[in-house]
Design a protein. Structure first.
Lengths: 282, 371
């Protein structure tokens, strides 16, 4: 008997050490899981509650699972109009901000001009200004200039805060750009315009695409600045906030989830595209 | 290879001795720094021309001005007799091989090489044929569908060459094209470039800081320093008859000994020994000068007419030759002795001997300025 129990005893004396080793090995995993859970739990709840079947007007407690909300995503008065405005503003403002911001980034990286270092610094100001300050000061400006608030003022405001993000994103791509590539294109007979469209633009396109996705995402969910400058126009975030006092329909979760999926999808497409390019040219 | 044949025909039609590039009093100033200082130069059609000098001597700036990437501060650039000074790069019949190769990373090798042709509206079969021919010229046929980053440094270098040559420019500019390659590949490409230049007959202007590279490849070399020309000539002329101390020491190893002119072809060295030099080399100088002798021109058996007594301070066996440092009353002298006989023994350190050399191997440069 003793011959049989001996190895078991050895194993028992070792086991606390082994547990310690196991914990040590999996501590980082556990920590990572917790951190990711902390980050993604709110999103998971938004998604889960888009399938809820609430009894009252407030989609706050879980009642039962249904596809009804997804089958009728815009079935709530005013929702589709607000969503449409939000998408229009996000598309337009990200387009304008991307064009302007890309040109600014090109100028800042390529040329030393009077005030270029000041511009480099000032570009960060809209990013660091509290939204509430930017929203109120824009409103003051529009009121003083007697510009009626509405779609136009929202668009102007969104372009204004988006440009900085575009400049910073595109500039990062341009800094590592080999100027000899443009010289080589001109050397081979391409004028400035052809050089830009055949060489410069294709090479900085991933940066520009990333910048426009970022601008779109920032625009579609902006609340504070929009709230001050919207007039009677209602965007999706304003609609959610406005309706929350009387009702929170699950359709809001559906649209929110859809926007989230589109954003993640766009990001994934960009990442996959860039990886593919990198692999092809690796 | 028909493209190559056509190019050669085009060259043959031109008169021999035509000037392809003429630089007239060309200067470039960056803020307070004068990069190129009133440079005048003629480059003959069909020649392999090297701009050689240490970094910062203005050779790359000169090349970039010919290519159209830098605007001259003053002076003129003529290409085949036409003033191109104000023209942008895409209006000059010149192509460049960049030091970094500057291949377009987003385009295939085919599209890289086709880039210049497409700009000139070459299409279809002719485009295809010329791109393939150009790739074959540099020995890289079959890589058309790859991307630049899939190629090795040496291959990228060849693609850059093919991309420039496919346009059949009047002049090809090469900006340190072999600088990024390892030694073995560099040696290979030196001969390869020379072969290609021979085959296409286009004028090559090659910028380098590597004197051996310039001597291996170029028909004519201009040595630059501080934005000015130190000396221009064939590799052998620059080596055998350097006109300045800079050229003498930049191109190979030189023994420079201080002395005083005592006659039309005579110089007295610091220790009182009088040596004969080429009358031409002295060039009417008087007073203090330096005479120069290449180490391999020195004999240790006293068989030539210029002589100098000395003691062996150090010797090193380096295979092909044995290198001696000999202390003389006129200064330390380096001598290379060919190991061309079996069982030759090195001369032991401390031995006294008589160095001798031929007066025709003696060049003269200005005395060293007190520094």
């Amino acid at each position: 008997m003793s011959a049989v129990t001996a190895p078991a005893e050895v194993a028992r004396t070792r086991s606390p050490l082994r547990v310690l080793a196991w914990v040590r090995r999996h501590l980082l995993d556990a920590y990572a899981l917790l951190a990711l859970g902390y980050l993604f739990l709110p999103i998971a709840i938004v998604i889960a509650f888009s399938f809820n079947n609430p009894l009252g007007r407030f989609n706050y407690t879980w009642q039962g699972f249904t596809f009804h909300n997804w089958a009728h995503p815009l079935d709530y008065p005013g929702l589709s109009g607000a969503l449409r405005v939000s998408i229009e503003i996000a598309l337009l403002s990200s387009l304008i901000a991307t064009v302007l911001g890309t040109l600014i980034a090109l100028a800042l990286v390529r040329y030393r001009f009077r005030g270029s270092s000041t511009t480099n610094l000032l570009i960060f100001v809209p990013m660091t200004t509290p939204e509430i300050v930017m929203g109120t000061s824009l409103l003051t400006l529009f009121l003083n200039w007697r510009i009626p608030q509405g779609f136009g003022t929202i668009l102007i405001a969104h372009v204004a805060f988006n440009i900085s993000y575009v400049v910073v994103t595109v500039r990062a791509r341009l800094v590592g750009f080999d100027r000899h590539l443009e010289e080589a294109a001109m050397d081979l007979g391409a004028n400035e315009v052809v050089t830009f469209f055949r060489v410069t633009l294709p090479l900085i396109a991933p940066g520009i695409l990333a910048a426009s996705l970022l601008a779109f995402a920032l625009s579609i969910d902006d609340f504070v600045i929009t709230y001050f400058n919207a007039g009677t126009t209602t965007t999706f975030p304003l609609f959610v906030w406005g309706s929350a006092r009387v009702a929170v329909p699950p359709q809001i979760n559906v649209v929110g989830t859809a926007i989230f999926l589109v954003a993640v999808g766009g990001m994934l497409v960009n990442v996959v595209w860039q990886n593919r390019r990198a692999r092809l040219s690796a | 290879m028909t493209a190559v044949g056509q190019v050669s025909d085009a060259v043959a039609r031109d008169e021999v001795g035509d000037i392809d590039i003429q630089l007239i009093e060309l200067s470039k100033r960056f803020d307070d720094v004068v990069a190129v200082d009133a440079l005048s130069l003629e480059i003959e059609r069909g020649s392999f021309f090297a701009l050689l000098g240490p970094s910062g001597c203005g050779k790359t700036t000169t090349l970039r001005m010919i290519g159209g990437f830098e605007e001259p501060t003053s002076g003129r650039i003529e290409l085949a007799g036409t003033d191109v000074s104000g023209l942008p790069p895409y209006k000059r019949d010149v192509n460049t091989v960049f030091q970094s190769y500057a291949l377009f990373p987003h385009l295939t090798i085919f599209e890289n090489v086709a880039f210049g042709l497409r700009r000139r509206k070459v299409r279809g079969d002719e485009l295809r044929r010329r791109v393939v021919e150009s790739l074959e010229l540099v020995g890289l046929g079959g890589l058309e569908r790859r991307k630049p980053r899939q190629l090795s440094g040496g291959q990228q270098q060849r693609i850059a060459l093919a991309r420039a040559l496919v346009n059949r420019p009047r002049v090809l500019l090469l900006d340190e094209p072999l600088g990024a390659l390892d030694l073995k590949l560099r040696k290979e490409m030196q001969l390869e470039l020379k072969r290609i230049q021979h085959e296409v007959g286009i004028t090559f202007v090659h910028v380098t800081h590597d004197q051996e590279e310039a001597m291996t490849m170029a028909d004519r070399i201009v040595i630059m320093n501080h934005g000015q020309i130190e000396q221009l000539g064939t590799p052998s002329l620059l080596y055998e008859q350097p006109r300045t101390a800079f050229v003498a020491s930049f191109l190979g190893v030189s023994n420079l000994l201080a002395g005083t002119v005592t006659g039309a072809d005579r110089v007295r060295l610091a220790d009182g020994t009088e040596v004969r030099v080429q009358r031409d080399a002295l060039g009417g100088r008087t007073g203090s000068v330096q005479i120069g002798v290449r180490p391999e021109k020195l004999r240790l058996d006293g068989s030539e007419s210029n002589t100098l007594e000395g003691t062996v301070a150090e010797s090193a066996y380096i295979g092909v030759s044995t290198q001696y440092i000999v202390n003389t009353a006129a200064g330390a002298v380096t001598a290379y002795v060919q190991n061309d006989r079996p069982g030759a023994q090195a001369i032991p350190d401390g031995s006294r001997l008589t160095l001798s050399w031929n007066p025709d191997c003696t060049f003269v440069v200005d005395a060293q300025e007190a520094s």
